[in-house]
Design a protein around this ligand. Structure first.
Ligand code: PPS
Length: 288
C-alpha cells in the first residue's frame, strides 16, 4: 500500500489527516450534541456542495460566512484530528462533516437528537470525480488510468472504503437516527426544492429572498469563484491538473466507462444493492 495511506479496520484513509488513535477517540469519546447538524457523504458525492448549502441555510441566506471563512472551518471533518479540535471548541450550534462509514462514527450519535444529512451520488460519477481527485490531490496516489481507479473502487480499495458498504450502512440507520437522505442528482435537478426540503428537516424558516440567496450562492458558478469554497487556498490541490470544482454535472461517467465496464458495474451494483428498498435517481434512468 502507498505510504500516502493508512489502513484502519480494513479501510484505507489518507495518511495526511488520519490517525488510528483519533479514529478510536472519535468512535468512543467524541460527544455528539443534540443540536449538531452532520453533513455525511462518501467522498466525491457532493460534500462541499451540501456544506455550502447548510452554511447558507444556517446563516439564513447571508453569504458573508461563506465568503470569509474556509469551508473546512465552517463544517470541519470530525475524523481529521486538527479539524475535530475546531469542532470541539465551537460553543455554538455545530455543522460537522464526515466521510466515515457508520461503524466508525461516534457512538454518542445513538443517544442524541442530532440531525444528519446523508448525500449520495450516482457511484459511477463518484468514481469519475474520485479519479480526477486522485490525480490532482497531493495526498492521494495518482492512478495510471481510469481502469485502475474503477478496479480499486469496486474492490473498496479507495479512501473511506467500499461505496456499497458505506451507503448500505448509512441507509440502515433510517429508523435509528434523525437522518435525511438526499442525492446530488436531486440537488442538480431542483436545488430550490432541495433547499426547502432541507429547511423543513432542519426546522429553519427562510423567506423567499433568503432561499433565493442560498440557491444563488450554492450554484456551481458562484462556488467555483469563491476562494473559501473551491479549495484554491489548499496547498494539496493542483488546479492545473484538475480543479476541485471540476465539472459539477451528472452523467460524466458516460464519457469514461467502456461498454464492458458499464455492464460489469451494473452487475456488481445489482448484486450489492439487491436488498436496498430505496430507489435512487440513477436507478430510474440511464441518464442520471
Ligand atoms: S470531497 O473531496 O469528497 O469533499 O468531494 P465532494 O465535495 O464530495 O465532491 C466534489 C464534487 O462535487 C462537485 N460540486 C458541485 N457540483 C455541482 N454544483 C455545485 N455547487 C458543486 N460543488 C461541488 C465537484 O465539482 C465535484 O464533482 P466533479 O464531478 O468532479 O465535478
Amino acid at each position: 500500500m502507498s505510504e500516502k495511506y493508512i489502513r484502519y479496520q480494513g479501510i484505507i484513509f489518507p495518511a495526511i489527516s488520519s490517525e488510528e488513535s483519533h479514529f478510536q477517540y472519535v468512535r468512543n469519546e467524541f460527544q455528539v450534541r443534540d443540536n449538531d447538524i452532520f453533513n455525511i457523504t462518501f467522498p466525491k458525492s457532493g460534500t462541499t456542495w451540501m456544506l455550502e448549502i447548510l452554511s447558507l441555510i444556517y446563516k439564513n441566506g447571508d453569504a458573508t460566512w461563506c465568503n470569509t471563512v474556509q469551508n473546512w472551518e465552517r463544517a470541519p471533518w470530525v475524523e481529521a484530528k486538527d479539524l475535530c479540535a475546531i469542532v470541539e471548541k465551537n460553543t455554538s450550534q455545530r455543522l460537522i462533516s464526515s466521510h466515515l462509514p457508520i461503524q466508525l462514527f461516534p457512538k454518542s450519535i445513538y443517544n442524541s437528537n442530532a440531525k444528519i444529512v446523508y448525500t449520495a451520488r450516482n457511484p459511477r460519477d463518484v468514481v469519475v470525480s474520485l479519479h480526477y481527485m486522485c490525480k490532482t490531490a497531493q495526498f492521494l496516489e495518482p492512478p495510471e488510468n481510469f481502469t485502475e481507479t474503477l478496479d480499486l473502487f469496486l474492490k473498496g480499495e479507495v479512501i473511506y472504503g467500499n461505496w456499497f458498504d458505506h451507503i448500505t450502512g448509512w441507509l440502515g440507520m433510517k429508523d435509528k437516527l434523525n437522518i435525511l437522505y438526499i442525492t446530488y442528482e436531486e440537488l442538480k435537478k431542483d436545488l430550490r426544492g432541495s433547499v426547502v426540503k432541507l429547511c423543513n428537516f432542519l426546522g429553519k424558516e427562510l423567506d423567499d429572498a433568503a432561499i433565493d440567496s442560498v440557491v444563488e450562492n450554492a450554484s456551481f458558478k458562484v462556488m467555483k469563484n469563491n476562494n473559501m469554497s473551491n479549495f484554491s487556498q489548499s496547498d494539496q490541490i493542483n488546479a492545473n491538473i484538475s480543479p476541485f470544482m471540476r465539472k459539477g454535472v451528472t452523467g460524466d461517467w458516460k464519457n469514461h466507462f467502456t461498454v464492458a465496464q458499464s455492464e460489469h458495474f451494473d452487475a456488481v451494483y445489482q448484486e450489492r444493492m439487491k436488498d436496498v428498498k430505496m430507489k435512487f435517481p440513477w436507478d430510474q434512468t440511464s441518464i442520471a
